[in-house]
Design a protein. Sequence first.
Length: 269
Amino acid sequence: MQSGFEILTLGRVPDVLLELSTPPKTLFYVGDTGLLNAPLKVAIIGTRKPNTYAQLQTSLLAKALVQAGAIIVSGGALGTDIIAHKAAMPHTICVSPTSLDKLYPASNSAIIRAIATQGGLIISEYEHNPNPKAYDFLHRNRIVVGLSDIVIIPQADMQSGSLYSANICRKLNKPLFVLVHRIGESLGTQELLISNVAKPIFSIESFLQEINITTSESRRDSKTDTFLDFCRTNPSFEEAYLRYGDVLLEYEIEGKIERINGRVVLKEL
């Protein structure tokens, strides 16, 4: 599916990508490049056919991380990737295996388009590459890992692209975490645990504590509240909910904001 985007060229490749053995020479993008400067970027990548447990936990992890201030990085693929992107909207970066004149895969085009146009970011190292080859997916994965401070693989099979990404994590000394599965499931992540390449996630709360970040409840005490700053522009309710999700509803219940004629209005306390 053709994207129809105005594709821009990033002025400079992020320094973290220069640590790769083969860094991209150029990056093309659509969306908010400010996400590249976020203090915490977490990659969530994995199988295209996650089981029900992995689907649920991927979504919950992405939402919890975003509430704690993180940006979610993934590759836009079927399964794990797109679940993570959707749960993190719009606080997410999608690295495409194709040039940005084509939305790939077509089945995920609606979400990828929303990432590009509703506050997220999509990037690619290709100026023209509408039909990706197998190695393009591996090349994409190195950028996903390279951009991220922490990597999570909820589920993966043996000999999968996710294990290639895990190897990049090891070379770059990136913290790698995986979900704990039952015996006989997700053999790729089980092997990463057995070989001490990855750490297990037993619960989202303990994981957040281990990486030393807090949820939005704790972060609200800071003097700078980006959500309230956003509300001062009197956005539409739909726009505010798309960008901030349940935080909008929580603030409304707390009496910090109100809806007037379909727009969000900040209440002076």
